[in-house]
Design a protein around this ligand. Structure first.
Ligand SMILES: C[S@@+](CC[C@H](N)C(=O)[O-])C[C@H]1O[C@@H](n2cnc3c(N)ncnc32)[C@H](O)[C@@H]1O
Length: 556
């Protein structure tokens, strides 16, 4: 039972008034709350005559409508404003008060003496006196103003983040909003230019390096080179987009160009500035140009793209203090603190409470169910084309050392389904993908000593066609000319299939020969097919030595 329950009734009344204040259509402007039943009504006179005052006279009802209108006006003028100092006196229990404050903020109430704002102000004021004078002259917003949207939307975004990690359904518009938020993080907190954010590629993300708790990213394209270092917290947010939202945008028919930020149609995001404006609009905040942000950054003596800003520190402090008392969205923060992996142990009560989370088992249980799902996914992915046996799954579990919180081998066996063979030779999408070399869900990653390799940026089901080994396939042995590189038909491209590394033990692809029906006639092609389910971020590998076709007429 949450501590805030006692306020919920109060808030629901407040909430009903909120719809009046924030509605923009003419129809909604007429909404007035009935003071008899405390419910908002589109047509109060009708409602009174039919429901709440059906036995009274017309005059009495008209007087009641006037009273309700006055009450609504008074509420609009004064009732939306809450004074934190008064709240402190009325609600001495800090946990409940903070939960109430969160709710009020979410519902766009105006909070006087808001401690969060005050703290941000005081942190900011140390070094901003000179800046303020300058800003007054030029109407240049302070950095804190430019970054406000990150703070205001944070609770919503943590909520979405938690749902994404929790495998819960997230509405399309919320997914898009989350993408805007990720773009905003890069522009507003790490001061990246919108065109650099647009040029940001999935492979840049895969090649990120973690050093001393900072995640270093290098964005490299023909026009842009940018480097920045994310905090782990921000990196987790972007990773949730990369792993949970982006794969759903990838479409075989759309040319994503390997970009990191994609529209829901799977196309590269064109205008990052517009996305930021939409995020600001969502929170009724004025937006700022990236030049204003840059200027605001340069006038902050202590700000740096590598360090959290003052505002960010406040945000962190706030989360640390209030986390134990907040709603479900804090599960997102819980997961950031205690990431779920197949091998990690659930946080003990001591650790949970030390980190400011509730001591009860609610988050603990949700954490365990997430781990259960991950373990189930892992076990299923380890099963080959043939149905697994109970003993094979038991061995896998034993090898991982899992003594509890994992599926029964019998359940993994029961869930296994054969993948039906796909008739690929006339598949128009595969034909186009070969011709244009536009395979989706693949990105290059640097693997150090073995050079570059190819990584899956979406999950591939067992049996699916991943890409082709591009080149001239000819002759009885189906040799592909591996020396002519780049190939004649794509002289400027580094075709993906040729970048796949070798593994005899961990191969997840097998090569298959197909006679593809191209418009100009049939042609031999070597395709790579997933040997098993391939997870997002997994390196694609095939066994160079047991390939069904001899790919090595020329040496690599
Ligand atoms: C088809 S290319 C793969 C792309 C290559 N890694 C690159 O960066 O261009 C094959 C070459 O990659 C390297 N390679 C592939 N698999 C490897 C492995 N498992 N270990 C080390 N090097 C590997 C070898 O140099 C091989 O000749």
């Amino acid at each position: 039972m949450r501590k805030v329950t006692k306020y919920q009734e109060q808030l629901s009344q407040v909430n009903s008034l909120d719809s009046f204040a924030f509605s923009h259509s003419d129809k909604d402007r007429r909404i007035i709350s009935c003071l008899q039943c405390f419910r908002p009504q589109e047509m109060l006179p009708n409602h009174l005559s039919r429901v709440c005052m059906k036995d009274q006279t017309n005059e009495e009802r008209n007087a009641e409508v006037d009273r309700a209108k006055k009450s609504m006006k008074a509420w609009t003028l004064r009732g939306r404003t809450w004074d934190y100092n008064v709240m402190v006196k009325r609600y001495p229990d800090e946990a409940s008060r903070r939960a109430l404050l969160e709710d009020l903020r979410e519902r766009h109430f105006l909070i006087l003496n808001d401690p969060m704002e005050a703290q941000a102000e005081s942190n900011h004021s140390e070094n901003s006196a000179a800046v303020k004078t300058h800003n007054k002259k030029t109407a240049q917003p302070a950095l804190q103003d430019c970054q406000r949207v990150l703070r205001v939307s944070q609770a919503d975004m943590l909520d979405i983040h938690g749902k994404l990690l929790d495998q819960q359904h997230v509405e399309e518009d919320q997914r898009t909003l989350f993408r805007y938020f990720c773009e905003a993080i890069l522009v507003l907190r790490y001061f990246q230019r919108p065109d650099a954010v647009r040029a940001f590629k999935a492979s840049d993300w895969l090649n990120k390096r973690s050093v001393d708790g900072q995640i270093h990213i290098k964005v490299q394209s023909a026009k842009h080179t940018a480097t920045f270092s994310l905090t782990e917290e921000d990196s987790d947010i972007l990773d949730a987009y990369f792993q949970k939202i982006r794969p759903g945008c990838l479409q075989d028919s759309a040319e994503d160009q390997g970009r990191f930020f994609l529209s829901k149609q799977g196309l590269p995001v064109i205008n990052v500035t517009s996305d930021l404006r939409r995020l600001h609009e969502q929170y009724d905040l004025p937006s700022f140009s990236s030049q204003q942000v840059k200027r605001a950054q340069s006038t902050m003596p202590c700000s740096s793209s590598d360090e959290p800003s003052d505002e960010r520190r406040v945000r962190k402090q706030k989360r640390g203090r209030g986390a134990a008392d907040q709603y479900d969205r804090d599960f997102g923060a819980f997961l950031l603190k205690f990431p779920v992996t197949t091998s990690s142990s659930p946080p003990t009560k001591k650790k949970r409470t030390a980190a400011g989370f509730p001591s009860d088992k609610v988050f603990y249980n949700r954490w365990r169910s997430l781990q259960f799902a991950k373990r189930e996914e892992y076990l299923s992915s380890q099963c080959s084309r043939r149905p697994p046996t109970v003993s094979k799954v038991s061995l896998l579990i034993e090898k991982e050392g899992w003594t509890g919180n994992c599926p029964r081998p019998e359940d993994i066996v029961a869930k296994w389904r054969p993948i039906t063979e796909v008739q690929v030779e006339s598949d128009p999408w595969i034909i186009t993908a070969i011709q244009k070399q536009k395979w989706t869900g693949l990105a290059l990653k640097d693997f150090g000593s073995k050079g570059q390799g190819v990584v899956a940026t979406k999950a591939f089901a067992m049996g699916s066609i991943v890409c082709d080994y591009h080149g001239k396939a000819a002759g009885r042995d189906l040799c592909v000319d591996a020396e002519t590189f780049p190939c004649e038909c794509h002289p400027t491209e580094n075709t993906m299939g040729r970048m796949i590394n070798h593994s005899s033990k961990r191969a997840n692809l097998r090569s298959v020969h197909c006679m593809m029906n191209f418009p100009e006639g049939k042609r031999d092609v070597i395709l790579f097919r997933a040997k098993r389910d391939i997870n997002l971020c997994e390196e694609l590998l095939f066994d160079y030595t047991t390939s069904s076709a001899n790919l090595f007429e020329g040496k690599h």
